[in-house]
Every structure is written in structure tokens, then in C-alpha cells.
Design a protein around this ligand. Structure first.
Ligand code: ZN
Length: 498
């Protein structure tokens, strides 16, 4: 039988797994890591560059990015004026578009994250416009959209009403947002499939070979089925109160327990300092327990969005009552954690899928910091405490909320600041470069149930990235200026930087 091609990557700095010393050689045979003593057919001189396991993003939204990238992209706009200009240019370039649906605008551009329909009217008085906020929990619409949709007489919470008694153009969280989004014509399936494939291609160029698409709905199933990509995209289907009993098996069931800190919709045990509210839970406890039991018995993975300490407590209480689950559950975000919650999450062996890029002072975190006040902000993003308690810290970007570039995430987990900035956020929670790499490789692989993935040891899948330099010489300081030169998965080179 013909022996398969074997390649040795030499003169490298190889991170083979947490707890192992760095190596200078990596040898692969076909799709696996093999012993460095093996005879090889090819040798590649890495010139001292680092090799890490390929990244796995435990929570991102490529399908949301795919949808919004078909509309106006206002991600880089720095002012409301720029947003208006960007949207009106898009409308002019797409004269046949019946709606303009895009994103993601920076919530910190308006005080309290509150925008007004009339501001967007400058972009169009006739074409309905919907823009998603960077937190993906809020939309801002123009007057044409408000007119187009017949809003019911009794409005759900989450629709902001102005002094004149009319909606202002802001809709918070699913129930309110869907009043508008349900009226938007469905995008062409083929266009969406191609767009999802482009987003996954982008992930590959950043060294990401797998992710959980954390917010699908019924319609995304058929899109997912058609997507062809070497990036492994796991599906999570959002489960909503009152609407889940007819659903059969889904691979991962995603539950929104609460909202977000910036919009004060995350459930907190002590009130927000800005308006003394507590946020809210989207579920009644007994219905949530019923739903978790149902999907656990169907053999689905459970993925629960909980951000405030009140939301986290609900997850802990529910999982304790549920007892053992078929697969370990994942809590996504868990931004605000009390001491005993850290112990409980570790005891329950729950994966905590945190977003490393949130652990810094920037336009995304400013709303949370304001709403929580200084004292409680010190309980945000407790990565180190989680690891000290033997918790399972897994990283995810929550793209498009934050950049999907793992090198930026790793840097932030170590330095807790923006590159070049002195302003750190809870620097005592900084973790080591090795802990950070594990959280973006091995732990999310376990979270998603992948076997023999996430380390570079004999018998593991040959999934790795070659960086443009060696971040170990300066303890990761250079990470933001490095690139992924190559992404290799299953022994195949899937991306090479030009
Ligand atoms: Zn998310």
C-alpha cells in the first residue's frame, strides 16, 4: 500500500498543547500529526515562525454577517452623519432594493445608545431602513419602516416610545425587533448561501477552522445545508418561549436567558446605576426547565446566553435542577459573575464561552461600564478567576459584535486593553498567553464535541496555523501586528497569505 505524503515543518516554534514545552518541529502524515522521528517526503523551513493549533471560535454569527453584508455596511462609520451617507449611497447603488437592511452601527455614537428614526430619514423617506446595532440585540429604523409595518395596538416591551406617544425607531430584543424584521422580504437563498461561504472564507484567512453559528432560525437550516466550505460550521437554533414544543431535534439549542448590559436588558442582581432598573429574563423558570429537559432528552447540546449575574444565576439554578446533561452545557458571555457563581460553573463543568475582545475599555464596553458603575464593573470578564477555580474557559468572538481575528482576542486576554492604549480593564483578570491559546483552541473544540482536535500531539488532526512571526518572544505583545500566513486543516493547506 502506498504510504501517504509526510511533511516536516522545521525551524518553527510549535505550541503543541497546554502544559507542553514549545517544540521546534512538527511532522504530519496525511491528515494527522505523527512522530517527529518519522521519515518524511517534504521539509518546510518555517524561519522561526510560530505554529499553533488552528483556532476554533466557540460562538460567532457568520449567517448574520452574511445577511447584513448584502445590505449597507455601516460598521466603520464614526458618526451618525457617516451612517446616513453610507446608507443613502447604498440605496442609490441598489435602486431595485425594496428595503435597506444592514449593520452594524456603533451604539456609543448616540447618548445612551438611543437613536431616532428621523435621523435616518435623511437617507431615505421612502425606502424602509433597518440597521442592526453592534450588540445585535437592538435595531434602529427610519420612519418609512415604521409606516410600512402595521404595529399592533398593544406593543411588547422593547419598543421605545417617545414623548409624543409614538415609537422613536428603537427596538430592543427579539420580540420587539421581530415586529419589524418579520415584514422584511426574505433574501434570495442562493445569494445568502454565497455570502455565508464568503464569510467562512474570511474566517479561514484568520486561522479559524470551525465555529458555532450561534443564532440560527428555521429558515437558516436550508441555507446551512447548501453551504460548501472547509470551515466546520456547527448550527445552533434559537429557542424562543412558547414556540419550541413543535421543534424536533436540533444539534445545538440556543436559549436567550437575558439581554445585554449596554441596553440594560441583561438581568442583574443589583440595579443599574443609570436608572435603577434590573433588566429582565426572557423565560419563565418552569418553562425554561421544561424546554431544557426536552432538548437534552432529544440529545441536543445546550447553549445558553446569559450576561448579567441574575441571568447567570438562572442558568446555574436550572442546570442544578436538570441534573446531568447528555453533553456539558455552555453558558455564552457570562460577563458579570459573582464569586459563588464562578465556583458553581466550575462544579457543574459548564463551558463558559467568553469574548476576549470585550475585556477592554472601548466603544463596545463603555455602555456596560456606565450602566454598572465602577464598583460592579470590577466583576466583569473574570477569566483568571474562572481558570483558578478550574473552570472551562472557552473563547468566541461573537462576530459581528467583535472582530473574528483570534490574534486580537488573544492579545486582549493577556493585556486587557486596546493595542497601544494604557487604559486596561480589570488587569488582575489577565491570563497567560498559554491559557489564552488553550481557550481559543482546545477548550472550544471540547465545547463543540470535536475529538482529537485543538492540540498538536501525535494522533491529533493536522489542524494548525503558521503565524507571520513568533509571539512567544515578547509574551504576545506583537500579536496585533502578526498575521496568519497559512491555515492547514486535515493536513491540507486551505489558506496562504499573499
Ligand atoms: Zn452571540
Amino acid at each position: 500500500m502506498k504510504r501517504l505524503a509526510r511533511t516536516r515543518y522545521k525551524n518553527a516554534v510549535v505550541w503543541t498543547g497546554f502544559g507542553n514545552p514549545l517544540a521546534d518541529v512538527l511532522t504530519i502524515g496525511d491528515d494527522r500529526i505523527i512522530s517527529n522521528d518519522s521519515e518524511v517526503d517534504f521539509e518546510i523551513d518555517c524561519g522561526g515562525r510560530a505554529i499553533l493549533p488552528a483556532f476554533i471560535d466557540g460562538h460567532s454569527h457568520p449567517s448574520i454577517v452574511a445577511k447584513s453584508s448584502l445590505g449597507p455596511d455601516v460598521t466603520h462609520c464614526k458618526s451618525i452623519g457617516e451612517v446616513v451617507e453610507c446608507v443613502s449611497n447604498w440605496i442609490a447603488a441598489n435602486p431595485s432594493a425594496k428595503w435597506a437592511v444592514g449593520g452594524s452601527y456603533d451604539r456609543s455614537m448616540a447618548p445612551g445608545g438611543l437613536f431616532r428614526a428621523k435621523w435616518l430619514d435623511d437617507a431615505s423617506l421612502t425606502v424602509p431602513i433597518v440597521l442592526h446595532a453592534s450588540d445585535q440585540h437592538t435595531i434602529w429604523v427610519n420612519t418609512a419602516a415604521l409606516t410600512k409595518v402595521e404595529l399592533p395596538d398593544s406593543l411588547p416591551p422593547g419598543v421605545e416610545i417617545g414623548e409624543d406617544g409614538r415609537p422613536t425607531g428603537m427596538f430592543f430584543e427579539s420580540e420587539a425587533k421581530n415586529l419589524i424584521l418579520d415584514a422584511v422580504p426574505a433574501q434570495q437563498e442562493a445569494e445568502l448561501v454565497a455570502s455565508v461561504e464568503r464569510q467562512l472564507e474570511h474566517l479561514l484567512s484568520l486561522g479559524v477552522i470551525a465555529t458555532l453559528d450561534a443564532w440560527g432560525d428555521d429558515s437558516s437550516e436550508s441555507i446551512f445545508d447548501q453551504v460548501r466550505s472547509p470551515v466546520r460550521m456547527e448550527r445552533a437554533i434559537a429557542i424562543h418561549p412558547g414556540k419550541w414544543r413543535s421543534l424536533s431535534s436540533v444539534r445545538t439549542a440556543k436559549f436567550f436567558v437575558d439581554g445585554v448590559l449596554g441596553a440594560k436588558t441583561a438581568l442583574v442582581t443589583e440595579p443599574y446605576v443609570t436608572d435603577h432598573s434590573h433588566g429582565n429574563s426572557f423565560w419563565d423558570m418552569s418553562e425554561l426547565l421544561e424546554a431544557l429537559t426536552h432538548f437534552n432528552e432529544l440529545g441536543c447540546r445546550l447553549h445558553l446566553h446569559a450576561i448579567g449575574d441574575g441571568g447567570v444565576q438562572i442558568v446555574i439554578d436550572e442546570l442544578r435542577t436538570l441534573g446531568s446533561t447528555k453533553y456539558p452545557a455552555t453558558i455564552a458571555h457570562a460577563e458579570l459573575l459573582l464569586d459563588d457563581q464562578i465556583t458553581a460553573l466550575s462544579e457543574l463543568s459548564v463551558f463558559v464561552c467568553a469574548q476576549p475582545l470585550w475585556a477592554r475599555v472601548d466603544s463596545l464596553s463603555v455602555g456596560a461600564l456606565e450602566n454598572l458603575g465602577t464598583l460592579r464593573s470590577s466583576k466583569l470578564y473574570r477569566h483568571k478567576d474562572l481558570l483558578n477555580a478550574n473552570g472551562l474557559l472557552s473563547f468566541g468572538s461573537d462576530w459581528p459584535v467583535s472582530s473574528p481575528n483570534p490574534l486580537l482576542g488573544l492579545f486582549t486576554a493577556i493585556y486587557r486593553c486596546e493595542p497601544g492604549s494604557e487604559a486596561t480593564l480589570n488587569i488582575d483578570q489577565s491570563i497567560s498567553i498559554h491559557e489564552a491559546i488553550r481557550a481559543y483552541t482546545e477548550t472550544p473544540a471540547r465545547q463543540l464535541g470535536f475529538e482529537r482536535v485543538g492540540r498538536l500531539e501525535i494522533g491529533y488532526s493536522a489542524d494548525f496555523v503558521m503565524l507571520s512571526g513568533n509571539p512567544f518572544i515578547d509574551n504576545g505583545k506583537s500579536l496585533p501586528s502578526l498575521f496568519v500566513d497559512q491555515t492547514i486543516s486535515g493536513g491540507q493547506t486551505l489558506f496562504t497569505r499573499r
